[in-house]
Design a protein around this ligand. Structure first.
Ligand code: S3P
Length: 427
């Protein structure tokens, strides 16, 4: 088995979380917003369709640029049909914050995976604000229906660290009647807060608490979205895991609420440097320069998880090539993503001959691995599982056959092309 080193320079598409937020928030602005670096993928298209259904005009200026004519905080109109968020939890959950308290009827649903995911975490606090929301399974599953209601203030300490829940409540609060304060158990990505501030919202952030006071108007956005750290993560891990590799990923978002993976990989012995650091409209960004080497196992603990929640499937790849037993704990949220990522990763790693197992709130992996070739792995239609397994194969010098590859269109349509280019792997 050859583990050929990789080298090169790549770009990854625009940040998914920021792309969703830019579209959803621009719809609430007074006037025209400009969004460059937009991620053109299935997930973000769902947010575009949501705001179009509510009357915002979205013009495709180029593959990565949008002009959005907002309708203001009080100018959205009743959608003519059920809104379909597809596979996108961000569209559904942050969209819920936008729909709650609108003076009209709306229903939002999604694909089979999204309809299995927990929605009580968003429905309960919105109801506490006075929103009239109903959902399947006693309000814990989509479809969700909103029947208007005037929103009052709320002070809530969330039990789950979720940027989607925090964002939904802050956005609902902007057009409510009283202050909304969200206190998180651990800090999560703060893109919503940064964008709301840029739009002139009355927002205060103090540690793990964010407070918003209702306002009458939001200014339009003019944003240039950097590359998605979560997409870059697969290539960062690939280069870090193969000795002799050297890779540059250009202009990636390095918001510290997203880059926990870098710290963990450095602890495992990887060399990762941020070069050409700058900022892209309120968000830090840099080139990520990665050099591969021999990695050693590590333990990831609960308070590290929120800053790398979407990168844990990628981290499993590094763990498979690291010497010793890696444990990831405090990560039970992985069970509620596009698939149960603990089950999906353990099942695939074992099939490939890598010792791995479930923990109540995470998983363990024992490396360094010699991968078993000719095995077909189940992706559970989960984009990040599919990309992690393809990365694992590329790092191990084998082709991993995947049950499907279409799911990568959720967040990174050109993933296999990029992988082929730098690693010569087959998609
Ligand atoms: C996201 C928040 C995270 C993350 C998801 C995107 C966001 O979900 O896993 O991929 O854009 O706010 P949770 O809010 O459920 O933690």
């Amino acid at each position: 088995m050859s583990r050929a080193s990789i080298s090169g320079c790549i770009e990854v598409p625009g940040d998914k979380s920021m792309s969703h937020r830019a579209v959803l928030l621009a719809a609430l602005a007074e006037g025209d917003s400009r969004v460059r670096g937009f991620l053109r993928a299935d997930d973000t298209q769902r947010s575009v369709e949501l705001v179009r259904a509510l009357g915002a005009e979205v013009k495709d200026v180029s593959p990565t640029e949008l002009r959005i004519r907002g309708r203001g905080l009080r100018g959205l109109r009743e959608p003519a049909n059920v809104i379909d968020a597809g596979n996108s939890g961000t569209t559904l959950r942050i969209g819920a914050g936008l729909l709650a308290g609108q003076p009209f009827f709306s229903t939002i649903t999604g694909d089979a995976s999204l309809r299995r995911r927990p929605m009580g975490r968003i429905v309960a606090p919105l109801q506490a604000m006075g929103a009239v929301v109903r959902g399947r399974a006693a309000g814990t599953r989509a479809p969700l229906t909103f029947c208007g209601g005037s929103l009052r203030g709320l002070r809530v300490a969330t039990s789950v660290a979720s940027a989607q829940v925090k964002s939904a409540l802050l956005i609902a609060g902007v057009r409510g009647t009283g202050e909304v304060s969200v206190i998180e158990p651990e800090a999560t990505r703060d893109h919503t807060e940064r964008m709301l501030l840029a739009m002139g919202a009355l927002l205060l952030v103090d540690g793990r608490e964010a407070r918003v006071t209702p306002t009458d108007e939001l200014a339009p956005l003019d944003v240039d979205i950097p590359g998605d750290f979560s997409s870059a993560a697969f290539f960062v891990v690939l280069a870090a895991s193969v000795p002799g590799s050297e890779l540059r990923v250009r202009r990636v978002g390095t918001n510290p609420t997203r880059t926990g993976l870098v710290e963990v990989l450095r602890r495992m012995g990887a060399t990762i440097v941020f070069e050409e650091s700058g900022s892209a409209t309120g968000e830090p960004c840099a080139d990520l320069v990665v050099r591969g080497g021999e990695l050693r196992a590590t333990n990831v603990v609960a308070n590290e998880v929120p800053r790398m929640i979407d990168e844990l499937p990628a981290l499993c790849v590094a763990a498979a090539f690291a010497k010793g037993r890696t444990e990831i704990q405090g990560a039970s949220e992985l069970r509620f993503k596009e698939s149960n990522r603990i089950v999906a990763m353990v099942e695939a790693l074992r099939a490939l001959g890598i010792p791995a197992g479930e923990l109540a709130d995470g998983l363990w992996i024992e490396g360094p691995a010699t991968l078993r070739a000719g095995v077909r792995c189940e992706t559970h239609d989960d984009h990040r599982v599919a990309m992690a397994l393809a990365t694992l194969g590329a790092a191990g010098g084998i082709d991993v056959e995947l049950s499907e590859t279409a799911s990568v269109a959720t967040s990174f349509p050109d993933f296999f092309e990029t992988l082929r280019r730098i690693a010569g792997a087959r998609g």
